[in-house]
Ligand binder design. Structure first.
Ligand code: HAM
Length: 429
């Protein structure tokens, strides 16, 4: 790796491939989405967790040595102390590591809104840095926690106005069920290895579940009659899954059972689920996914602790909102715009005084003309413009002009203007 250089470039820099800048006004929508999510999960007792953006790489190995995320997509590096670290590819392993380290009381219910990094082939809805809204609930094996978690995600999408979301549901059974099933799938695939796409055929011995997860048409056709895990569940797993299905039905949450839904990560046991949008291209239509991972905490060196959660990609959720025409750009802007044609000192002081009083205020810079400042005022969304011209300056006053039909313009004494604007905004009549 060569050292960075400051030699001038002919081409301007761009954000790295597979990443994107989120700028206003789009960023206001992000804020609103995260705030809606925080409200929803906060009302269910979930607290915000912030974990580092990078971890020792071993934390993420538990997601499965055979998964693409671990084998091919990890942003790993040696730091200057020769530690092998990786940028977080998802939130669950980091949260489980934090749980093992801090041992909070259970049930430990947390949420996050965090960037995740995967070296994937970028395309619409698939990025190398994406952002997930997620929850994790650790410490309880109760299937009603599964129902709570799924209902949170379902209701969140509904609260945004999304209507074309399908819940796809499966159970991977207990760890023993899963192991037995993996052996069975391996035997099944060995019998059909010639019919599989060559890339999938290589995975049969070591990672047969990854073949079930394949998106390659040749493989999908070859495994159409693979045994279903749901036919092989232990009594314990059946009872758990029945309770989950009954809970969803009681809450009016429709679902489609899909016995081949194994998901792309290896830590899942019992309930697994995905939320798929009918409004997006099939390749990137999964807007959220999750499930139970009852062995993950133990594999990270903690006590046996069950857990369940989900992650939902902010980018994909917003693409879905666009496709369904809901959750429009949230108007941002200010309440008051200060126009000053007397040199800017009045605008400088007034805008700060207004903000100190809790009023959203903006102003123009660079001594621009009255006309140009009034244009900016209009664009700002402000309901009130404060005008300071030479008349006002001489008489120690400010003109207060409601912009959106909220009464007549009036002159107010400079010292009283903030209070007067506050009163006007509170009661425009
Ligand atoms: P995941 O299915 O790998 O699960 O990712 C969750 C969601 O993140 C996906 O449904 C998708 O919306 C979004 N996503 C994933 N990769 C990308 C990408 N490259 N570009 C854009 N969006 C993406 C997990 O990560 C698990 N940690 C979920 C979980 C939480 N399971 C239990 N708890």
């Amino acid at each position: 790796m060569s050292a960075p250089t400051s030699t001038p470039r002919t081409e301007p820099f761009k954000a790295p491939v597979g990443t994107r800048d989120v700028l206003p006004p789009e960023s206001a929508r992000w804020q609103a989405l995260i705030a809606a999510f925080a409200g929803q999960v906060g009302r269910a007792g979930y607290g915000l967790v912030q974990s580092p953006m990078f971890e020792e790489i071993g934390v993420f190995a538990r997601m499965g040595e055979g998964t693409d995320v671990v084998r091919k997509e990890m942003y790993d590096f040696l730091d200057k102390g020769e530690r092998h670290l990786a940028l977080r590819p998802e939130g669950t392993a980091s949260v489980a590591r934090a749980y093992v380290q801090h041992r909070p009381a259970t049930p430990w219910k947390v949420w996050y809104a965090a960037p995740s990094f995967r070296y994937e082939r970028p395309q619409a809805g698939r990025y190398r840095q994406h952002h997930q809204l997620g929850v994790e609930a650790l410490g309880s094996p109760d299937p009603d926690v599964d129902v709570e978690v799924i209902a949170l995600l379902w209701d969140f999408y509904a609260s945004l106005g999304l209507r074309q979301v399908e819940l796809v549901l499966n159970s991977m059974g207990t760890a023993d069920d899963r192991r037995g099933y993996i052996d069975e799938v391996r035997s099944f695939l060995i019998g059909r290895v010639r019919d599989l796409d060559p890339t999938d055929a290589e995975k049969v011995e070591a990672h047969p579940m990854r073949v079930l997860d394949s998106k390659r048409p040749v493989t999908i056709a070859a495994i159409a009659d693979v045994p279903a895990i749901t036919d092989r569940l232990s009594d314990e797993a059946v009872a758990h899954f029945d309770r989950v299905k009954a809970g969803l039905t009681a809450l009016g949450i429709p679902f489609r059972l899909e016995p081949r839904l194994v998901r792309g990560l290896d830590y899942y046991t019992h309930t697994t689920f995905e939320m798929v949008s009918g409004a997006l291209d099939a390749a990137q239509s999964t807007i959220g996914g999750g499930g139970r991972y009852d062995g993950l905490v133990e594999s990270l060196g903690g006590p046996a602790t069950p857990g369940i959660g989900f992650g939902s990609g902010i980018e994909r959720v917003l693409l879905t909102c666009d496709a369904e025409g809901v959750f429009d750009t949230v108007p941002t802007g200010v309440d008051v715009y200060v126009v000053d044609t007397t040199g800017g000192a009045a605008a400088r002081d007034l805008s700060v005084e207004l903000r100190r009083a809790g009023i959203a205020a903006d102003r123009a810079f660079d001594g621009r003309s009255m006309k140009s400042q009034m244009k900016s005022a209009d664009r700002s969304g402000a309901r009130v413009v404060l005008i300071v011209g030479s008349d006002e300056l001489d008489s120690g006053s400010v003109t207060v002009r409601p912009l959106r039909g909220e009464g007549d313009q009036q002159r107010v004494e400079r010292a009283a203007v903030v209070a007067s604007v506050a009163a006007l905004l509170a009661d425009p009549t």
